[in-house]
Ligand binder design. Structure first.
Ligand SMILES: [Zn+2]
Length: 268
């Protein structure tokens, strides 16, 4: 059913408003019981915020509509001088297209890589200006707006490129994020599967985790620019193994059209 998230959002905020009054009422009879509504309300607010693909605050695109064997490859945290050129070569070798969720400060440092991504037929999208993964989840509306707008400003290098997508750092989003995104016409993109390539050490395991549950319409999340010093080949290797596995299974990597996303962003 469409717009489920609107009810979830209202219910969450409504309960958070009512909980202190309920606690006050209950405290007249039982102090321990009085804390229950406050506790439950906080847990629900945290769940909606910290569970990446949870849609209680608003729609999160977690897959796309397709009848064909195709997936949407998304690569976060670039551009990276150590990885982006290798990644572009790999994508070309496997005839794959991808969306790069770029961090504004990186795009500012390496504008030629942003141009290169676009020139080679891929898409760029907004992944905040500074990638504040530890604090974005508790940021206020003004800071969230600044993170989105400063990144968007840097990505506007291509004149006719429509701005469509945003991904929150680590996928964490609070109640202020969706209103700021809808004001700017941006969709919040989650994922169907990720290889946990920021945590795992073995590229085979990263690719295996993705390929194990891959299906048509899946959004795949990988990263670039990580472990550049310790293991510079790690991120490209994860991508290479994933691309090889996808090709073996007959999946094409495409960038979905807006109509393929709309139904999935409507609260399903
Ligand atoms: Zn990120």
């Amino acid at each position: 059913m469409k717009n489920n998230w609107r009810w979830a959002r209202r219910a969450l905020l409504g309960f958070a408003f009512v909980a202190p009054f309920l606690a006050l009422y209950l405290s007249r009879t039982n102090l321990a019981l009085a804390l229950a509504p406050i506790f439950v309300s906080h847990m629900l607010l945290l769940y909606a915020t910290l569970v990446a693909n949870c849609q209680w605050w608003g729609p999160v695109v977690r897959s796309f509509e397709t009848k064909d064997a195709e997936v949407w490859l998304t690569i976060d945290d670039g551009p990276s001088p150590s990885h982006t050129p290798k990644i572009l070569d790999l994508l070309e070798r496997f005839n794959a297209r991808a969306t790069f969720f770029l961090v504004g400060v990186n795009a500012e440092s390496y504008p030629h890589l942003v141009t290169e991504i676009l020139t080679r037929g891929h898409e760029i999208a907004n992944h905040t200006y500074t990638h504040p993964s530890g604090s974005f989840w508790c940021a206020g509306p003004r800071r969230i707006a600044a993170e989105i707008d400063l990144c968007a400003e840097l990505l506007r290098s291509a004149p006719d490129r429509p701005e469509r997508f945003f991904r929150a750092p680590a996928g964490l989003k609070n109640l202020f994020v969706h209103p700021e995104l809808s004001r700017r016409g941006l969709a919040l993109i989650g994922w169907t599967m990720r290889g946990l390539d920021t945590v795992r050490r073995d590229p085979e395991l990263v690719a295996e985790k993705i390929l194990h549950s891959v299906r048509a319409g899946a959004i795949i999340l990988l990263h670039e620019g990580h472990r550049v010093e310790k293991d510079p080949e790690f991120n490209p290797r994860c991508l290479e193994l994933t691309l090889a596995g996808l090709a073996e299974r007959g999946y094409a990597c495409v960038i979905p059209q807006p109509e393929q996303l709309s139904a999935r962003a409507a609260g399903k």
